[in-house]
Design a protein around this ligand. Structure first.
Ligand SMILES: [Zn+2]
Length: 220
């Protein structure tokens, strides 16, 4: 079992102050985020869990999956969650030149803002999370100059890792969660087995501690 870092230390966050790692605040609010998808079966399961705790969350969706499952995107939006941008093709940052990368993000923006999806106030295409949580400075600078905010996270569930020790993940998340934490999960079939163990336990734990779950609409 390889060691897995479940939180991003402050000193690393401080190296990249132009990215959003958490939302500084005193109120007991956490920001659950779900990368990838929409994927119908996984998304519907997530929506049911969130509803039990009256939790709102942010879904960083992939354009090509939105094209495949537009109805699932609508279900996320009508449940009151925020949908944000995770690019169109989920490109790897290193393999593509600047223009290709930016164009792929813009393609997702155009899709999200095409007026095909309602309610449109639950869409924020210029809140962007880079695929794989990696982005080059030049790519980030360019997107920021175009009005995008780059949103990372300070807590990682590690749910996409098929070798994950889920109990360790849960312990680490409980230990390091703070008011304003941004936690990343995955809305994908690959992560689903782990997600089904981690997400319900974290929702129970945080609810008992009186945390509220809000969307990233606050940073608009
Ligand atoms: Zn992703």
């Amino acid at each position: 079992m390889k060691p897995y870092l479940h939180y991003i230390p402050r000193f690393i966050q401080n190296l990249y102050p132009n990215y959003i790692w958490h939302i500084p605040q005193k109120e007991k609010i956490v920001y659950l985020t779900f990368d990838d998808g929409p994927e119908p079966m996984v998304t519907n399961w997530i929506l049911r869990q969130l509803k039990k705790y009256m939790a709102q969350a942010t879904f960083f969706c992939v354009g090509q999956d939105i094209d495949k499952y537009p109805q699932t995107l609508t279900e996320i939006l009508t449940a009151g969650h925020l949908v944000a941008n995770h690019s169109y093709s989920h490109l790897r940052t290193g393999k593509n030149d600047l223009n290709t990368y930016v164009a792929d993000v813009e393609r997702a923006t155009n899709l999200l803002t095409s007026n095909n999806f309602l309610p449109s106030e639950n869409i924020e295409a210029r809140i962007f999370r880079p695929p794989y949580g990696r982005i080059k400075k030049k790519q980030a600078d360019t997107l920021q100059s175009m009005g995008y905010q780059i949103v990372m996270y300070d807590l990682l569930s590690g749910d996409f890792d098929v070798q994950l020790d889920t109990q360790k993940s849960i312990r680490k998340l409980k230990k390091h969660v703070n008011p304003g934490s941004i936690i990343v999960f995955h809305n994908s079939l690959k992560a689903f087995e782990n997600l089904q163990i981690i997400l319900p336990e974290l929702l129970v734990f945080l609810s008992e501690k009186d945390f509220k779950f809000e969307t990233l609409a606050t940073i608009r």
